[in-house]
Design a protein. Sequence first.
Length: 136
Amino acid sequence: MTSPLDQQIDAAHLAAERVEANTRQIEARIIKAGGVPPTRPYGKPVSGEAVSRNLTFTGALQRRNPALANYLGFGSDYHRKQEAAAEARKMQVQAMEQQTARLREVNAASSRYREQQNQSGINPLTGRRWGICRAY
């Protein structure tokens, strides 16, 4: 029969093993995002504070793996800002396309008017007939 102390020791060891397994997965995700995991003792989780000391890696992690950055405690709204900027660019492109189409129609109408005036023998700038010289 096992003593209560043996049970506590086994439970603590199992808890440390679970933490270590989770921490190794977090470290693998950090490496995959292009960083180096901070040093830590066996059985202790990765400290978000230790990772956040490296500002360059923190920014890269926020861009490349926002879920992990949020889990470690320094998430940001970088992806939301990028999506909003992309949506704003799409709307701007649509507005410019509409404006271009409207200007194309105005230019075509103006061109038709000038051509009609020229064919009728009228100067479109002055409204007078071509070739008539008036001496005052």
